[in-house]
Design a protein around this ligand. Structure first.
Ligand SMILES: Nc1ncnc2c1ncn2[C@@H]1O[C@H](COP(=O)(O)OP(=O)(O)O)[C@@H](O)[C@H]1O
Ligand SMILES: Cc1cn([C@H]2C[C@H](O)[C@@H](COP(=O)(O)O)O2)c(=O)[nH]c1=O
Ligand SMILES: [Zn+2]
Length: 197
C-alpha cells in the first residue's frame, strides 16, 4: 500500500496557517474523499467544534484531549486527517501520525512553531523532522508593516506560555520589532520597579 504524506504548516499567529489547512480540506471535499478534522479541546477561542480561521472560514472538527482519541474517531474510510493547533497536543501525536501515514492516510497539521517567549513548541518541532513538506508562513508585522512577521508578541503582561487568545493578547511581529518591543518592555518594568522602591 502507498504511504500517506505529512504536510506541516507552521508560523506565527495570523500568518494564515489555519486558512492554508482549510484550503487543503477543500481539495479533499471537492474530490469527494472522506476525511476528518481535529483540534485540541483547549482551543475554544472561536468555537468548540469547528476549526475557525481569523477571517472566519471554518470546518467541523472533533475536539480531542489526547492524540490517541483520533484512532477511536476514525472510521477506516478516511483518505486524509487534518489537525489544527498542534502545539497544544502532546508529543505522542507523532506516533499516531506515523501510524496513519503507514496506513496510506494523508495528514495535514498546522500550528505555532514558537511561543511568544521565543521557545519552540516541542510537538511542532518533532513533526517538522517527519514531515514530507513544511510550509513556513509569515504574517504582516504589526509594528513596521513589512511582510516579515515570524514571531508572536504578547501585548499583556499576565498569563503563561500556554494562554488561549487572539488580538486581545497577541500581535505578530518581525524579528527586529520583537527585539525592540522586548527591550522597551524591560525598560518600563525597570522604571516601575524603581517607582516601587
Ligand atoms: N498581521 C497580520 N498578518 C497577516 N494576516 C493577518 C494579520 N492580522 C490579521 N490577519 C488576518 O488573518 C488571516 C489569517 O488567519 P488564520 O488563517 O487564522 O491565521 P493563523 O492560523 O496563522 O493564526 C489573514 O488572512 C488576515 O485576514
Ligand atoms: C504565541 C502564543 C500563542 N498561544 C495561543 C494563542 C492562540 O489561542 C493560539 C494560536 O492561534 P493561531 O491560530 O496561531 O492564531 O495559541 C499560546 O498559548 N502561547 C503562545 O506563546
Ligand atoms: Zn517589524
Amino acid at each position: 500500500m502507498k504511504s500517506g504524506r505529512l504536510v506541516l504548516i507552521v508560523g506565527p499567529m495570523y500568518s494564515g496557517k489555519t486558512s492554508e489547512l482549510l484550503s487543503y480540506v477543500e481539495i479533499y471535499h471537492l474530490g469527494k474523499k472522506n476525511y476528518k478534522a481535529f483540534k485540541p479541546s483547549i482551543d475554544n477561542r472561536y468555537d468548540e467544534t469547528f476549526i475557525v480561521s481569523h477571517n472566519n472560514t471554518r470546518v467541523k472538527a472533533y475536539p480531542i484531549k489526547e492524540p490517541k482519541e483520533i484512532f477511536k474517531i476514525l472510521e477506516g474510510n478516511e483518505k486524509a486527517v487534518f489537525i489544527d493547533e498542534i502545539q497544544f497536543i502532546s508529543e505522542e501525536l507523532k506516533d499516531i501520525i506515523l501510524n496513519l501515514i503507514d496506513k496510506g492516510i494523508d495528514v495535514f497539521c498546522s500550528g505555532l512553531d514558537l511561543s511568544f517567549k521565543n521557545n519552540i513548541f516541542p510537538t511542532t518541532s518533532i513533526l517538522m523532522g517527519y514531515a514530507d513538506e513544511v510550509i513556513k508562513k509569515k504574517a504582516v508585522c504589526h509594528e513596521c508593516g513589512e511582510y516579515t512577521g515570524t514571531i508572536s508578541y504578547k501585548t499583556i503582561e499576565n498569563g503563561g506560555e500556554i494562554d488561549i487568545g487572539g488580538f486581545d493578547k497577541y500581535i505578530a511581529v518581525c524579528r527586529d520589532c520583537y527585539k525592540k518591543l522586548n527591550e522597551k518592555q524591560k525598560k518600563e518594568q525597570k522604571i516601575n520597579m524603581n517607582k516601587l522602591f
